[in-house]
Write a protein that binds this ligand. Structure first.
Ligand SMILES: [Zn+2]
Length: 88
């Protein structure tokens, strides 16, 4: 199974949230439920490939596998760093 489309959608969501908050995306926390369909290591490979493709450097990925959770892959948290305010 290949989840690159799913990972792209997750990163799209995270980047949109960062842009809304005028912040830099520095970390994403994911929860993997029983429907996730891939191992954490495999999803991390997709994530790193997609970050490289977008030129995103240094985004930390925190994956928590919860096999008892009846869902798929969900974002449970974002780490954002406020962008420096430009001088007036
Ligand atoms: Zn895959």
């Amino acid at each position: 199974m290949h989840e690159s489309g799913l990972i792209q959608a997750l990163i799209d969501t995270a980047e949109a949230e960062a842009a809304t908050r005028r912040a830099q995306l520095v970390g994403i926390e994911l929860r993997l439920g029983v429907l996730a369909g891939g191992s954490p290591a495999h999803l991390r490979e997709h994530f790193e490939h997609e970050c490289a493709r977008r030129g995103l450097a240094g985004v930390e990925l925190d994956i928590r596998a919860e096999p008892d959770y009846p869902g798929g892959i969900e974002i449970t948290g974002l780490s954002l760093r406020p962008l420096a305010k430009s001088a007036p």
